[in-house]
Design a protein around this ligand. Structure first.
Ligand code: NAG
Ligand code: NAG
Ligand code: NAG
Ligand code: NAG
Ligand code: NAG
Length: 681
């Protein structure tokens, strides 16, 4: 079966327009009577207090010490096919030039021009309401260091109730792998930095009526571009936003933009003073002093005296913006001419080809596309010939010591029997006898699909682990480390030709669980179409409110303000966290009658007040008050658009498939097996 055969053809959906018309007029309250305002309708006010949290977050430079080089690494670089580099590689994964930051992403052997696209699009996986589902207990989630604020992604608005708290977006590829050094940022987010359309919602041909519905994220298309010209083999840095560093105590000494400015001023003053001292001494003809002052040694000493105070005032971002040690006046002058303290690491952020061939792994052997596998959504495909045993893709691993934190509940009454699991589970590897999950990031690794019979790729432990000693330690000893330490390589089992889909075997347990899911699947939402699909259907016929089933399931319908008469007074519908200027678009409306000939509608614009209490799943039943406000005539299809009601997309449905991929038993160290494995997955 081709994956497309399960797609709903938009023009063939007729059940939505029912044949029984005219009886169900209850919802068409055709009057202008204002209802009394309910004083409890203030659900959105709490949001303003959370706005401070809007700073973007992510990935990272981990605070800890520089990793010891893995012992195996030095000896065998040239013969190891997972290290030997193909001639042409656009992006490398290699140890970051930021001390202690672990791995970073580097430009390949060709330069990039400002505006060039750097990597294939990232999938974005929501991790929603983590705190609530963990019963408001503290929990360890290393992904928090690698995730981005949901507020960056407009499409997340319709995914969850409260994007400010507890929820984040895992930008699984480039977005998780790239580091941030603020003054050297050379990468921009294509959409949020104004380069044009980026993110999109798509289920890639897997309809909500497929057993694959909700088993993968519909959010994709996050693209990164060069924000300036980039030389070959330069480390790439994205802007995490200063909030990332100011909000984490472990980054107390990471300089922010104005610390570099202050440091430049400080150096200017310092050089001026030192020169003045010298010239005063020579004016006074104090030759001994002149000799003392006029040596590189003295310059170094006095400079070191200043920057060594860093170890006393550890948390001074300013002191950490100063270069050194052993900076002499000519060196400082050179740095100031070169662009100031912000540029001090520029030269060391560019590596040689030899260094890259020894330490780097090529990241761009695969590209994304729609999978050939039914129900699978997107997939990864070879971009070049990959020989048997060759590296398909490097995959650093984020560890989750206890998979229970991915549990999702409807209520907290029975914490041992969760209703569902976070979507992230499907993107992680586990083992039946361990609570450990290892989730790969790196370009497109999240897209590699399952083939039980004839996979062309397998996972194997990388030779480039940051913490090879973890293999000999129980999870309890390293599972709460705040940086990642292990890596897989995806390695070709046979020669793979360009364009072939990359597949691995997710393991027997996964296969059995999937087969069972397919067997049990009884198409629980036969008519459901998510808003992002409805919006793409130009020929969609909008039912009127006199028709049965006139509302599309789990979506809200809006009319664009553009089609309104100029004078009107209606409160726009307020989604959780939109900026003031965006409100204009969101007017709830419903079709009152339809002219079949002209395909236009008479429309009622309504105001809705949401009288529910705040809550995630606790308040399932919500009451709304709809007050008709305005009638519009001759409104075309273009005027309507849809948005998903939070928690209604397929991946929120408790029936959607969840299972971790499995690490083969012979790869899995016995010492990582735990006896508190629970049977819920
Ligand atoms: C240099 O001499 C002038 C005049 O004697 C004095 O005002 C100034 O403070 C001296 N500067 C330094 C750096 O010693
Ligand atoms: C300092 O030393 C340099 C070279 O070492 C010399 O050219 C310069 O004249 C000296 N300046 C003074 C004030 O002695
Ligand atoms: C600074 O210079 C001194 C003397 O030249 C040298 O012994 C020392 O190792 C240098 N320090 C660093 C960190 O390079
Ligand atoms: C960086 O390298 C360039 C070219 O090699 C050199 O001109 C420049 O002075 C260097 N910058 C610093 C701060 O060392
Ligand atoms: C429907 O639209 C057509 C074309 O604009 C128009 O001629 C016709 O009068 C309309 N019908 C009604 C019932 O308004």
């Amino acid at each position: 079966m081709s994956s497309l055969s399960s797609r709903i053809d938009a023009t063939n959906i007729d059940p939505i327009i029912p044949t029984l018309g005219g009886t169900n007029s209850v919802q068409c309250v055709y009057s202008n009577t204002r209802r009394k305002k309910d004083k409890t309708c203030n659900i959105f006010t709490f949001l303003s207090t959370l706005l401070f949290f809007a700073a973007t977050t992510t990935v990272g430079a981990s605070p800890s010490s520089i990793p010891p080089p893995p012992p195996q690494q030095q000896q065998q670089s040239t013969n190891d096919p997972t290290t030997t580099q193909p001639q042409d590689c656009g992006l490398y994964l290699a140890p970051s030039t930021i001390p202690g930051a672990g791995l970073g992403v580097f430009a390949g052997n060709k330069p990039y021009k400002k505006g060039d696209r750097l990597a294939p699009p990232d999938l974005m996986i929501p991790a929603y309401d983590m705190t609530w589902h963990n019963d408001d207990k503290g929990y360890h989630f290393l992904w928090d260091e690698y995730t981005w604020s949901t507020t960056m992604f407009p499409d997340m608005e319709d995914d969850i109730e409260d994007p400010f708290e507890q929820s984040s977006i895992i930008s699984s590829g480039f977005g998780a792998a790239i580091n941030c050094m603020l003054p050297l940022v050379n990468v921009a987010d294509h959409e949020s930095d104004g380069y044009g359309d980026g993110y999109q919602l798509t289920t890639s041909g897997v309809s909500s009526q497929s057993p694959g519905a909700g088993a993968f994220t519909p959010m994709t298309g996050r693209i990164f571009v060069a924000s300036k010209d980039i030389e070959p083999f330069s480390e790439l840095y994205a802007d995490y936003g200063e909030g990332y560093f100011s909000g984490r105590s472990s980054y107390d000494s990471v300089p922010l933009f104005d610390d570099y400015e202050k440091a430049d001023k400080l150096i200017g003053q310092y050089m001026k003073r030192l020169k003045a001292m010298k010239s005063n001494a020579s004016i006074k003809e104090d030759l001994e002093l002149v000799d003392l002052l006029n040596t590189t040694e003295f310059e170094n000493d006095i400079w070191n005296f200043m920057i060594e105070t860093r170890s006393i005032w550890r948390k001074s971002r300013l002191l950490h913006a100063l270069p050194g040690p052993n900076m002499s006046i000519p060196e400082l002058e050179n740095l100031m001419e070169f662009g100031g303290t912000g540029m001090q690491h520029y030269n060391s952020s560019i590596k040689s080809q030899e260094w890259m061939e020894e330490h780097g792994q090529c990241m761009d052997n695969i590209h994304d596309g729609v999978s050939n596998i039914p129900h699978a959504g997107r997939g990864a495909f070879a971009s070049k010939f990959i020989p048997e045993g060759g590296l398909v893709s490097p995959a650093p691993l984020i560890h989750i010591p206890d998979r229970k934190i991915l549990r999702v509940y409807e209520d907290h009454d029975h914490p041992e029997t969760p209703h569902h699991h976070q979507l992230l589970l499907n993107y992680c590897f586990g083992h039946a006898e361990s609570t450990l999950l290892l989730c790969p990031y790196g370009l497109l690794n999240f897209l590699i699909n399952h083939d039980a019979k004839n996979p062309n790729t397998k996972i194997q432990w990388s030779k480039k682990h940051r913490h090879p000693e973890w293999f000999n330690q129980p999870i309890s000893e390293w599972g709460h480390s705040y940086h990642n330490g292990l890596s897989f390589d995806f390695v070709a089992l046979r020669d793979i030709n360009p364009g072939e889909e990359i597949t691995i075997d997710y393991g027997e347990e996964w296969e059995a669980a999937w087969q069972e899911h397919v067997k049990q699947f009884d198409n629980p939402r036969p008519k459901y179409i998510p808003a992002f699909e409805l919006n793409k259907m130009d020929d969609l016929i909008i039912p009127t409110c006199f028709e049965v089933d006139y509302q599309f399931e789990n979506v809200l319908m809006f009319c664009r303000q553009h089609f309104f008469p100029t004078a009107f007074e209606v409160k726009p519908y307020r989604f959780g966290f939109e900026e003031e200027e965006d409100y204009g678009e969101y007017y709830l409306c419903r079709a009152f009658s339809r002219n079949e000939t002209s395909r236009t509608y008479t429309v009622e614009v309504i105001e809705r007040e949401n009288c529910a209490n705040k809550g995630n799943y606790e308040v399932v039943v919500k009451t709304y008050k709809d007050t008709p406000k305005l009638i519009l005539f001759d409104i075309p299809r273009d005027a309507f658009f849809f948005r998903d009601i939070p928690y209604t997309r397929d991946h929120h449905q408790f029936w959607s498939f969840r299972h971790d991929m499995r690490i083969p038993n012979d790869m899995f160290p016995d010492i990582w097996k735990t006896d508190d494995v629970v049977g819920d997955i």
